[in-house]
Write a protein that binds this ligand. Structure first.
Ligand code: NDP
Length: 309
């Protein structure tokens, strides 16, 4: 199998990040995956040419992600330095002195000496039991800067931060975030937040990149669904699938999409998007689906301090 490799984006700290990542979070689209499925998915992805894997402490699968990486290295497909591994700090470890130990635990589960990118998963802090806490993410960020200084992570960034949270972080930190990872798809195009991040040289990772194109077990889900005629016409024009068109939509916007799949065929399909381009008109037509409707809302956190949405 000749693997296609995605191009990279240049981060504001000088490091390069591959423009497509395999998502390993389970459970946002009525998943029935086992942890072993994650190990296989990571291996298949690397075999297919993925060099970037997105995981998080809260996904509970860092160990399987690490096994998939180890399998690929053992088979001689890649070396560690050719991979870009992202993981995330969970909300109940936001105290400054909890950050480095939390990352060390992630590294031990992953079986790695360092990750390439460590993200604050949400600006919200909670106690261990999930009840709201009020730790300032600026304090958490100091812990992130320490983790970078120690070489436990090459780059640091955030996830689910809104515009004012990004601004407050930028004006009160020594190291600016290299990345903000948040939801972007055709029903949630996020033009203002994308523009804001890019104008500050913060790269954007787009989670839930398919939006409601794929099953979310929501009968009221807004278009585009998988059989949407607009997406279908663009797909037919390029000989691609609706999923590939929607991922390419993210690439055209300069975003780094994170499609999740544990299916070997779809894993290969999702990286096969670097041999065609959408026109500006097609990007505009897909952008018109925007309704500011989220896949990931987390209603239960609405009253927590720093709720970002
Ligand atoms: P996605 O948009 O990646 O959708 C995943 C779903 O799409 C799965 O059901 C998958 O099924 C299906 N699928 C994958 N490829 C195709 C295809 N080519 N055609 C049709 N269906 C397809 O959503 P997620 O919400 O899973 O987000 C992706 C990743 O983003 C997560 O895994 C995680 O890494 C990250 N994320 C980060 C968050 C954050 O707070 N930072 C929040 C949410 C997600 P199958 O596996 O069977 O192929």
């Amino acid at each position: 199998v000749l693997a296609t490799q995605p191009p990279c984006v240049l981060l504001n700290d000088g490091h390069k990040m591959p423009m497509l990542a395999l998502g390993t979070g389970r459970g946002t689209a009525k998943e029935t995956d086992t942890l072993d499925d994650v190990r296989n998915a990571v291996f298949w992805a690397i075999e297919a040419g993925y060099r970037h894997i997105d995981t998080a402490a809260v996904y509970g699968d860092e160990e399987q992600v690490g096994q998939g990486i180890a399998d690929a290295i053992a088979k001689g497909i890649v070396t560690r330095d050719q991979l870009f591994i992202t993981t995330k700090l969970w909300n109940d470890k936001h105290a400054r002195d909890q950050v480095v130990p939390a990352l060390k635990e992630s590294l031990s589960r992953l079986g790695l000496e360092y990750v390439d990118l460590y993200l604050i998963h949400f600006p919200i802090s909670t106690k261990a039991d999930g009840s709201p806490d009020n730790i300032d993410y600026l304090d958490t960020w100091k812990g992130m800067e320490e983790a970078k200084q120690l070489g436990l992570t090459t780059s640091i960034g955030v996830s689910n931060f809104n515009i004012s949270q990004i601004d407050r972080l930028l004006s009160n930190s020594n190291v600016p975030p290299a990345v903000n990872e948040f939801e972007v798809n055709p029903t949630l195009t996020q033009e203002p937040l994308v523009h804001h991040c890019m104008s500050h040289n913060i790269a954007v990772m787009a989670y839930s990149p398919f939006g409601f194109l794929v099953s979310r077990s929501r009968p009221d889900a807004p278009p585009p669904r998988y059989d949407d005629p607009t997406i279908g016409a663009i797909a037919a024009k390029y000989g691609k699938s609706p999923g590939q068109v929607v991922l390419r939509f993210a690439i055209e916007r300069g975003l780094v999409p994170i499609p999740k799949s544990t299916n070997q065929k779809r894993i290969a399909e999702n990286i096969n998007i670097f041999d065609f381009e959408l026109t500006a008109e097609e990007v505009a037509a897909i952008s018109k689906f925007n309704k500011n409707v989220r896949v990931i809302e987390i209603e239960g956190w609405k009253d927590y301090p720093n709720y970002p949405f």
